[in-house]
Design a protein around this ligand. Structure first.
Ligand code: BGP
Length: 471
């Protein structure tokens, strides 16, 4: 492990900040999503429904509590803190020419507070959020104009914060939308509003292309503004194992991983891999990809690979279907793994596998920017005994350490997802908690917003203090 290893925690603006209409901020897509729960999905509404509860509107009110929270992060020993910039704080509707100064000032203050506590901000530009105004007016990333809106936003952020923030990421889990059948994840990733009768899959690939071009342009721009900036991609890494050594299963898994992780090939290498070109042809997709786009992709390769890791998947089947892999049809259970209450398989060794897979393939520094354990925590006598979370994190950190110390991968840091309880992205619940700090906030919005340290708080403090020796 590096001696300057960046231990820390991660959140996203919309899942913690609240203050959704404060300081000149416009609504983000996440502000239009109702609460859900373990059984029901969150619903996206076009206008705010008077009787519905929108959990991101207040979240844990980090906007007003960040000083208190940063003091707790410092006590845990954080070297870095990953969050995102709420795009609609800076450009409330999304297509303005001039940014909202009050929004910019908020992040100046937040980053100053972090730095004053020796914590480096690590920043994602778009973490499942974009101004709802441009989503409504332009249909989301299906519109090429989004490249202009996003690069304008990125430029403002790099110019304003380059002295305070070294590590950046463009889009959170850009590859999540590969599962285009889940309209919820497509909406939050790329804000696409589908039209009647169109080929949704083709629209998603078109949107992905525009995002990749915008991301590459942002990387180039960051380096021009300040060559010391490091801009990474952010991938949801969920490795897909073959069910058996049957060559059909093996080939199926190759195709499945390509289908999930092709974004990485483009962002790291700067061009579309052969298997994607043939895929587009076979599908008869006619994507708008210009010569200028191809140049932009080539000139904007990322500096490092940021990724989230929560679980692994398994697939089996006929190798011939290769790229026609369909997640809802072709995944099967891994008989060797336990699952969380939300059906997420727990696979610490998969993290070591992933680090090796990525390093072998790309030889770039990596950054684990999310890993964590969601649970229904119970507050008892001002604390939470979350041994289950400690077990999960400890097992993953041990595998990460082996990947560094034995396998020799180059890893910049590790940030625990939801280091402080926040709104769960998929369910919209407060009850699905990841934090090492408990926040008194309930599913229905009630609660004092008071913060409490869980057992994992003290455990992680020791992990950081010993640079991962005492896990
Ligand atoms: C990742 C997202 C995060 C976060 C996390 C946990 O996919 O980047 O925003 O929420 O997953 O997911 P959830 O909150 O749905 O349990």
């Amino acid at each position: 492990m590096r001696s300057d290893f960046l231990w820390g925690g991660a959140v996203a603006a919309h899942q913690v900040e609240g203050a959704w209409n404060v300081g000149g901020k416009g609504p983000n897509v996440s502000d239009m999503m109702t609460a859900g729960n373990v059984n029901t999905k969150r619903i996206i509404t076009e206008t705010l429904l008077p009787d519905a509860y929108y959990p991101n509107h207040e979240a844990i009110d980090f906007y007003h509590h960040y000083k208190e929270d940063i003091a707790l992060f410092k006590e845990m020993g954080f070297k870095c803190f990953r969050t995102s910039i709420s795009w609609a704080r800076i450009f409330p509707h999304g297509d303005e020419e001039v940014p909202n100064e009050e929004g910019l000032k908020f992040y100046d203050d937040l980053f100053d507070e972090l730095l004053a506590n020796n914590i480096q901000p690590v920043i994602t530009l778009s973490h499942f959020e974009m101004p709802y105004g441009i989503v409504k007016d332009y249909g989301g990333w299906r519109s090429r104009q989004f490249i202009t809106f996003f690069t304008r936003f990125a430029k403002v952020c790099f110019e304003r914060y380059h002295k305070k923030v070294k590590y950046w990421m463009t889009f959170n889990e850009i590859n999540n939308q590969a599962n285009y059948k889940s309209e919820g994840s497509v909406f939050t990733n790329s804000g696409i509003i589908f039209q009647e009768g169109e080929d949704k899959e083709e629209v998603v690939y078109q949107a992905s292309h525009y995002e990749l071009v915008a991301s590459a342009m942002a990387v180039k721009m960051a380096h021009e503004i300040d060559p010391s900036l490091q801009v990474g991609c952010m991938m949801a890494m969920t490795p897909i194992y073959p069910y058996s050594c049957n060559p059909d299963d093996m080939l199926k898994a190759v195709g499945a991983n390509h289908k999930r992780f092709w974004y990485l090939d483009v962002q790291v290498r700067g061009y579309y891999p052969g298997y994607m070109k043939t895929f587009f042809k076979r599908k008869n997709f006619h994507l708008d990809i210009t010569e200028d786009d191809i140049v932009a992709l080539r000139e904007g390769c990322v500096d490092y690979i940021g990724f989230s890791y929560y679980m692994s998947f398994v697939t089996k089947g006929d190798g011939d279907v290769y790229l026609d892999y369909d997640e809802s049809r072709d995944l099967c259970k891994n008989p060797y793994l336990q699952e969380t209450k939300w059906g997420w398989p727990i696979d610490p060794k998969g993290l070591r596998y992933t680090l090796n897979y990525l390093y072998d393939r790309y030889q770039l520094p990596m950054f684990i920017v999310e890993n964590g354990f969601g649970a229904n925590d119970i507050l008892e006598n001002h604390t939470v005994h979350d041994q289950n979370r400690i077990d999960y994190l400890s097992a993953h950190i041990q595998e990460m350490k082996k990947a560094c110390d034995i396998d020799g991968v180059d890893l910049l840091g590790y940030t625990v997802w939801g280091c402080i309880d926040c709104v769960s992205f998929s369910t919209g619940e407060m009850k699905k908690r990841y934090g090492m700090i408990y926040v008194d906030k309930n599913n229905d919005g009630s609660g004092s917003l008071k913060r409490y340290k869980k057992d994992s708080f003290y455990w992680y403090q020791k992990v950081i203090k010993t640079n991962g020796e005492e896990i």
